[in-house]
Design a protein. Sequence first.
Length: 135
Amino acid sequence: MAKKEHFRQRRVFSEELKRQLVKQIEDGNKSVLNVCREQRVSDRSVYKWINRYSRYLRSGQTLVVQMESEAEKLKQKDARIAELEAALGRKQMELDYEKRYNIELKKYVEKEAKKKSGTKPFNGSGTTKGSTDTK
């Protein structure tokens, strides 16, 4: 019996087509598996194209994938940090205001004390109105 041989026709994909397919994978419009099936190429070939033409996906780079809840938790923590920083800023402003108020109050009290320094201080040894001295 004669052995039937099938020769696979060699195909060459243009750079433009490769870039277009990689962009579709990047955008999430197609998966690597879909491109392999549609173009009848190996996944190894598609990954080579991705490595060569992708703007984001490169070998040797780590892509961190988080669950949506983790990303949401991170957003909530960032919002809480911003809220606490704002509260801290308000408290610092209050402290600065109180400090300035106390300085001004001290100046005012010293000024009033100087105005009244011309009068005799009360020593408590004199008589008051309405009291009678019996000696």
